[in-house]
Design a protein around this ligand. Structure first.
Ligand code: HEM
Length: 513
């Protein structure tokens, strides 16, 4: 019996990356690395750490205002006439344009890079869009269902961000190109200018008094319709409405362009919230033709037990590699503990638990699929959670990371840290090779554009771990910030791959050297 063998890892990791039980109508089918990751980033990800104190102030404005503005400017390159441009992170290459002036731009991109949110299936464009969703909600705005799948541009788009000195006809045409009609233009500008304001150093032609370093669009930092009411009551101090320079009163020209009809309708707070939610959702989903976004996600669905019964017992069950239900060595284990999920502001209305399992799987009989049973211990029938009837299928059991043999190494002399991976390969040393390609979201760039780092490492045979029950072991070092990796191994002429292995799902033993 190969007790602590590598396949324990396959189960715990596989569970962590996707097994789920949610009392929702979600169509999620495991495995789906992209949707799993989106779910995690939306409801538990790093971006919400910027808003632990709510609508967080920064540099006279709020982080939310900076993040929403960059999303709009990035998306402004869209042209409905030929389907080009949209929210594609091309802003990373457009920061030297006067239309993108403002320290909030580079600062926001630096926020996104430091949050290390990007992944092989989730780029900077998706991060900018997610940032807008979280930013709006952090300041009391509506929840905007989120889709992923944007494709990052590798160069700048056209310079089509509206500028305050342009006339109404130019603005109307630019918004039409971006996919918004004249009424939607009025509302979208009001929604965008609900928070934040204008900085004197960026726009000295708008704020002529150097003493006025920053002028807010309205008197509340919140995502609310004060921008509208103060405009209609003539109490506004928005410099794009009442500033000394008539040429740059772009909000005044836009807001009044239909005789204030749209602004009057936005006086109703519910209409404001609903309209802004819909328009900002359309804004962040504006992408170049040919880019397909995922389904919209509005509630957590992945690897959670939602609204758990306090007395529930959860059991993990599996079938061996032949598909037999129960190998002689056993095929089920009860959960070894559970943690309450610390949801973020986007999902604070949910309660859910994540259960851990520690299964020992025989290396020879192995595993082909697993599933769960939830017993609420209240006399009701146990609930089977089996991925829509298919079970959670282990696509291949010939190559995987061995959790129990891998280590996180701290070099005490230099305080350097790295992960020493041990990869198990079914085969023998003479006919096997293995390599990994790692994805490290932590950019080595210090200013935008920020690029993640891909590295391919050929693994070497691990002399410290001798062959065990048909498996041999390879090893290689990777950065501790690596969030995903692909493993490829050749054994006896066959190639096995595991793609998008989630390093967040494993927990290596720490060792000091
Ligand atoms: C004709 C269209 C628009 C014009 C001319 C315009 C112009 C401006 C200007 C001049 C600023 C000041 C920036 C600075 O001082 O650095 C600003 C800020 C801002 N804009 Fe717009 N804008 C327009 C549309 C929009 C839209 C559609 C949105 C989002 C939906 C938006 C969101 C913001 C936000 C959130 C800020 C505040 C940024 C901060 O406080 O850091 N804008 N806008």
């Amino acid at each position: 019996m190969l007790s602590r063998v590598p396949l324990i890892q396959a189960v715990t990791a596989a569970y962590a990356v996707g097994a789920s039980y949610a009392q929702s109508t979600s169509t999620f089918h495991w495995p789906n690395a992209q949707l799993s990751y989106v779910d995690q980033q939306l409801f538990e990800g790093n971006l919400h750490f910027f808003f632990l104190s709510g609508c967080t102030p920064r540099d006279d404005t709020t982080i939310s205002a900076q993040w929403l503005r960059i999303a709009y400017h990035d998306m402004s390159t869209h042209n409905v006439d030929d389907g080009s441009g949209g929210l594609d992170a091309s802003i990373q290459f457009e920061l030297d344009r006067p239309q993108n002036v403002g320290e909030g731009m580079a600062q926001s991109l630096s926020d996104f890079s430091s949050a290390q949110t990007v992944a092989p299936m989730f780029g900077t464009a998706d991060t900018i869009a997610l940032g807008a969703v979280i930013a709006v909600q952090a300041c009391g705005g509506p929840f905007i269902p989120f889709r992923a799948g944007r494709v990052d541009a590798s160069e700048a788009g056209p310079p089509t961000v509206p500028q305050p000195q342009q006339d109404l006809a130019t603005h109307t045409e630019l918004f039409r190109q971006q996919g918004f009609n004249a009424t939607e233009m009025i509302a979208l500008v009001a929604c965008g200018h609900t928070f934040g304001g204008v900085r004197q150093v960026d726009f000295p032609q708008i704020i002529t008094d150097p003493e006025d370093t920053f002028v807010d669009f309205d008197t509340t930092p919140a995502f609310d319709n004060t921008i509208v009411s103060q405009y209609l009551q003539n109490t506004t101090e928005n410099v794009l409405v009442v500033g000394p320079n008539i040429t740059t009163r772009s909000d005044l020209r836009i807001f009044s362009s239909d005789g204030n009809e749209t602004m009057q309708s936005l006086l109703n707070p519910d209409t404001f919230t609903q309209t802004c939610g819909d328009l900002i959702e359309r804004m962040i989903n504006t992408v170049p033709n040919g880019v397909n976004l995922t389904q919209a996600i509005s509630e957590p669905f992945d690897y959670l037990v939602l609204n758990p019964s306090p007395n529930a017992t959860l059991t993990l069950l599996w079938a061996d590699r032949q598909g037999s239900f129960c190998p002689s060595t056993g095929c089920s284990v009860e959960s070894s503990g559970a943690q309450q999920i610390g949801f973020n502001i986007v999902s604070a209305q949910f309660t859910a638990k994540r259960y851990n399992f520690n299964a020992t799987i025989n290396g020879a009989t192995s595993i082909s699929k697993f599933w769960f049973e939830i017993n609420n211990n209240d006399g009701s029938d146990p609930i089977t959670v089996d991925n829509g009837g298919d079970g959670f299928v282990i696509e291949q059991d010939s190559v995987f990371i061995d959790n129990s043999r891998s280590e996180t190494v701290l070099l005490t002399a230099s305080f350097q840290q790295f992960d020493r991976l041990v990869v198990a390969v079914r085969g023998d040393a003479t006919s096997s090779t293995a390599s990994i390609t790692t994805f490290d979201p932590k950019s080595t760039d210090t200013a935008p554009p920020f690029f993640p780092v891909f590295t391919t490492v050929n693994l070497i045979l691990d002399e410290t771990n001798p062959p065990d029950n048909g498996f041999i072991f390879f090893t290689g070092n990777v950065t501790t910030t690596t969030n995903f990796l692909n493993i490829s191994a050749t054994s006896d002429g066959e190639t096995y791959t595991q793609t998008n292995f989630d390093m967040g799902a494993v927990d290596f033993l720490p060792v000091d050297l």
